[in-house]
Design a protein around this ligand. Structure first.
Ligand code: SF4
Ligand code: SF4
Length: 93
């Protein structure tokens, strides 16, 4: 069984930008816009090809950036934790 099977497509729901390459002024601007964790800026952005089931509708011809994503890696763990928290938040309301 793959880690993705019961994930719900967490990595398809967020974009993470490394602000380390930004100028100090741009970093300040990014901080004002929201969810910064160290040098990572997390933006909630759901892919239009993500099915409600958490599966990819264009899996066989998805972009390289999706193919290259490190399953089980640092960004995967981060996305799963965020998605889990988001679902828990909604369950509370
Ligand atoms: S966040 Fe990780 S486990 Fe979940 S779908 Fe993406 S690669 Fe798979
Ligand atoms: S194309 Fe598929 S794998 Fe890539 S972000 Fe969208 S739903 Fe996820």
């Amino acid at each position: 069984m793959c880690l993705c099977d019961d994930c719900g497509g967490a990595c398809c729901r967020y974009v993470t930008i490394n602000v380390g390459a930004m100028t100090p002024d741009q970093q300040r601007w990014a901080t004002m816009r929201g969810d910064l964790e160290g040098l990572r800026w997390h933006i909630r952005s759901e892919c239009e090809h993500l099915w409600k089931s958490g599966r990819c509708a264009i899996y066989s011809h998805r972009p390289e950036v999706c193919r290259d994503f490190d399953v089980g890696g640092e960004y995967c763990k981060d996305a799963r934790a965020r998605w889990k928290n988001e679902r828990a938040d909604h369950a509370d309301k």
